[in-house]
Every structure is written in structure tokens, then in C-alpha cells.
Design a protein around this ligand. Structure first.
Ligand SMILES: C[S@@+](CC[C@H](N)C(=O)[O-])C[C@H]1O[C@@H](n2cnc3c(N)ncnc32)[C@H](O)[C@@H]1O
Length: 204
């Protein structure tokens, strides 16, 4: 996992260059039916039961966007990488979905508001996560929720954001913050993992 966050000396990921092979990782491309089903099952519990407007920030190749669309939601995705957005548009061709090149920190969605802001493996690498979370909360309709899937990867030089820190950042912003630990479910990753992986569902 490479770093895009606060440390200016850390290596930066060229997401345009990474796009073509991004889906080769089991939890990225969700090509294995068991991995795909594991994410679909979790996502169903994190998203509202009714048809909703979902904003997928740093959507990458659109794997979670596609699951959300398959579950009946209207999806808007934003990613800074034009190559990622190109792959996402192809993956969701014909769906009730729109994808924009833009910055997840300040998504180019104008006055539009959403039932869900969905973000997987992106927040940890953004500068100023507290400010970013406040902005994302402002994109929600009343009763909306943030669904954030994050982790701390690696053991020698771990990178990421811990569940404890993220829950602490959310506590002053959102009244109902629930952490779901995901490391113990190898079906999600296509292998056993022993680092910290989790989802937070934070409801207004
Ligand atoms: C690790 S990938 C995760 C992709 C997707 N969320 C998933 O879970 O499959 C990180 C993605 O975030 C995007 N990204 C990183 N920083 C961004 C930013 N500031 N604004 C928009 N997208 C960003 C990258 O281009 C890349 O597609």
C-alpha cells in the first residue's frame, strides 16, 4: 500500500498507472464469486433498505459502485484518476449511475445531497481527515450515513487509519457511530489477514 496522505516525503501512488491492474487483487476486482458475495452481503447491511442515492468517493474501478447499483441504488462516483473513471464507466455501462473526475476532498457535486457517502480505502490517505469528514457529513441528507471502509495495513511500516482514531474523529460530527471489524472474515480478502480492517457506519 503506498501513501498519498500528510507525509510529503512518502511515495505517491500513480493511480492512472495502477488502474489497468487494480482489479487483479481479489478485494478490488471482486472477480471470485465468494469474495464478491462476501462484499455484497456486507454492503447490503451497510446501505439503506430503500432505494437510495449513494456517493462513492475515490471509487477506483467502481467495484463497490457496481454492487450498490446491483442492489438497486442510484450511484454517483468520483475519482481523481481519469483512467479509473474510464474503467468504472465501462463496468457500470447502462446502469443508473454517473461518474466524475474530481477530488474526493471536495467532490464536484454542486448542491446535490446524498443518502450515503461510501468510501473504501481512500480517507486514510487524504490530508486533514477531520476537515474532510466534516465536508462529507455536509453532503448528506437528513437521516443519511457515512459508510467508511478503512484499515491499517502492514506490520513493519504500517499505514492507514485505525478504527479507534476514525471513531474519535467522527464522534463530534455524527451521533451514531458503529465499527464493524472485518479482519476475521477471509472471504472479503480472498485470504487470511492479520492487520486491522474494518468498516464504520456513521448515521446522522
Ligand atoms: C485504494 S483505491 C480504492 C478504490 C475503491 N474505493 C475501492 O475500494 O475499490 C484508492 C482510489 O482513490 C482515488 N483517490 C485518491 N485520492 C483521491 C482524491 N483526493 N480524490 C479522488 N480520488 C482519489 C485513487 O485514484 C484510487 O482510485
Amino acid at each position: 500500500m503506498t501513501h498519498d496522505g500528510d507525509d510529503p516525503t512518502a511515495p505517491r501512488t500513480d493511480w492512472d498507472a495502477a488502474a489497468a491492474t487494480f482489479d487483479d487483487e481479489p478485494d478490488h476486482g471482486l472477480r471470485d464469486p465468494e469474495v464478491r458475495r462476501a462484499w455484497a452481503d456486507r454492503l447490503r447491511t451497510w446501505l439503506p433498505d430503500r432505494r437510495s442515492d449513494v456517493l462513492d468517493l475515490g471509487c477506483g474501478t467502481g467495484s463497490l459502485s457496481l454492487l450498490a447499483a446491483e442492489q438497486g441504488h442510484r450511484v454517483t462516483g468520483v475519482d481523481r484518476s481519469p483512467a479509473m473513471i474510464g474503467l468504472t464507466r465501462a463496468k457500470l455501462a447502462g446502469r443508473d449511475a454517473a461518474f466524475l473526475v474530481g477530488d474526493a476532498v471536495a467532490p464536484p457535486v454542486g448542491e446535490e445531497r446524498f443518502d450515503v457517502v461510501l468510501v473504501r480505502h481512500v480517507l486514510w490517505a487524504l490530508p486533514g481527515p477531520e476537515r474532510v469528514l466534516r465536508h462529507w457529513r455536509g453532503l448528506l441528507r437528513p437521516g443519511g450515513r457515512l459508510v467508511l471502509v478503512e484499515g491499517v495495513w502492514g506490520s513493519v511500516s504500517p499505514v492507514g487509519i485505525s478504527a479507534e482514531r476514525l471513531a474519535g474523529l467522527l464522534a463530534p460530527l455524527v451521533p451514531d457511530v458503529r465499527v464493524e471489524h472485518l479482519s476475521g472474515d477471509p472471504r472479503l480478502w480472498g485470504k487470511e489477514v492479520d492487520d486491522e480492517r474494518y468498516a464504520v457506519v456513521a448515521r446522522l
